[in-house]
Design a protein around this ligand. Sequence first.
Ligand code: G3H
Ligand code: 13P
Ligand code: ZN
Length: 316
Amino acid sequence: MIVPTNKLFEHAYGKYAVGAYNINNAEQVMGLFRGNVQSKAPFIIQISKGARSYTDKHLLEAMIRAADEIFPEAVFAVHLDHGDEATCMDCIASGFYTSVMIDASHESFEQNVAITKRVVDAAHPKGISVEAELGQLGGVEEHVKVDEKDAKLTDPKDAERFVKLTGCDSLACAIGTSHGAFKFSGSQGLHFEVIEEIQRRLPKFPLVMHGSSSVPQDEVQRINAAGGKMKGAKGVDEAQISRASKMGVTKVNIDTDGRLVWCRVHREAFRDNPENFDLRPPGKIFMAEYAKYIEHKNVVLGSAGQLDAVRAFLNG
Ligand code: G3H
Ligand code: 13P
Ligand code: ZN
């Protein structure tokens, strides 16, 4: 069942975080739905600009509608990840997405406000909520690369002003994470003092943590042992993710970890079965392994086991 993104946030806020998982193909969709249904967790399925053009945006939409029928127990929202203004408007017009992210964080504060406000004005009359971004994460996003030294943590005072000026429904904040598999060179981690101060200024306002993959070290080792080159890959500590999930970080974005599962499964499958040329055997393993990963992650986020409570909340 597709439900409004902001309803999921209302239920989760301060108690747990909703996992927002990126998808690109059918195997990811199947693994994702299985993992969430098996762990009884509400979730957000998110689609980036790159994902929309990888095969075709209509194909993704059709796969999600089909998965909704295959898994009638699933409760989820559909979100555009890292949209520009034109893509946000396209998703709003499509009527399929329950929320969009407008990412104008690389613009000046004033420009970011103006662009975000235009998207909010188009989205709200249709009941679609808007995630905006303030501050700059390190790492690579599709349309912008930010060096670690140029990454800027979100200023809590600006965050308060930004939310009031734009009317956005959730805010992606730079709190120490970055996109991709190489997040930290040492023992750096989340800036809880920034999360606390933003929450103090914006009580009950859902925050979004991008770059939340934990880059499991056993996964990295297995990838390297099967021919990969991912030396030094490092992600966010899961204990820190759990702590943030109870502090108003209500949406936790994960893409890289899913790619690592895919990479490990396929590298090992072709290493161990060099005579195989069929896509289905590794595909089947991937769907099962990705579902297992999602189940585990939902326990970390606290969303596992929330499905009955969410349904009661939505009906009440
Ligand atoms: O934050 C970006 C997400 O990981 C999506 O990545 O733009 O390569 O699909 P993508
Ligand atoms: P990761 O690269 O840590 O998985 O972050 C994904 C993300 O933020 C998607 O918007
Ligand atoms: Zn992101």
